[in-house]
Design a protein around this ligand. Structure first.
Ligand code: IMP
Ligand code: MG
Length: 179
């Protein structure tokens, strides 16, 4: 399928919003250390940009979870292909996600991480599509709420492409003709 990308949220707006989110997190956890849990691969860009702007001590860990194949619809199946390297017991944990759509991935992940007894567990997402929610998830920090559109860039992909775009773009599908 062919696709065209148009800018939804510019690089400047994303940068400004991440700075604000970092200030809020730094204020909430002043005097404490937090573990940033980056959900691979989509959250890599967001996690790095956020981490650079935090003024509190942070450690970083990575988890690879998927509920999507190469399509734009959730399969409903959550698979952990890489777990955390370190224990989160007694720690301040912030899950960093690129986008919350149906909420299936994060509701599963939050419940799973709660059983590991962190001191606090927060959820921080760059994007949220609240109109698509199937499973309830409590989001603590949201960058932007967006409409029900398939987006790419800033780590988000369509069939593994476009993660490197420095802005958030909307994908317009142009039909089924050959690439
Ligand atoms: P959920 O389990 O339906 O909330 O799906 C969350 C995951 O689906 C995200 O971490 C993304 O990997 C993927 N996803 C959802 N919406 C989009 C989108 O608009 N663009 C790219 N990936 C998306
Ligand atoms: Mg993701």
């Amino acid at each position: 399928m062919k696709e065209k990308i148009s800018i939804l949220i510019s690089e400047e707006r994303v940068d400004k919003r991440i700075r604000e989110m970092a200030e809020a997190i730094s204020a909430e956890f002043e005097g404490e250390t937090v573990v940033l849990v980056c959900i691979l691969k989509g959250s890599v860009f967001f996690t790095c940009e956020l981490a650079k702007r935090l003024t509190i001590p942070v450690t970083m860990d990575f988890m690879c979870v998927s509920s999507y194949g190469d399509e734009t619809k959730s399969s409903g199946i959550v698979r952990i292909s890489k777990d955390l390297d370190q224990s989160v017991e007694g720690k301040n944990v912030i899950i960093i996600e690129d986008i919350i759509d149906s909420g299936r991935t994060l509701s599963y992940l939050m419940e799973m991480l709660k059983t590991r007894k962190p001191k606090t567990l927060r959820l921080c997402t760059l994007l949220d599509k609240p109109s698509r929610r199937v499973m309830d998830v409590a989001v603590d920090y949201t960058g932007f709420e967006i409409e029900d559109k398939f987006v790419v860039g800033y780590g988000l992909d369509y069939a593994q492409k476009y993660r490197n775009l420095p802005y958030i773009g909307v994908v317009e599908f142009l039909g089924d003709e050959d690439e």
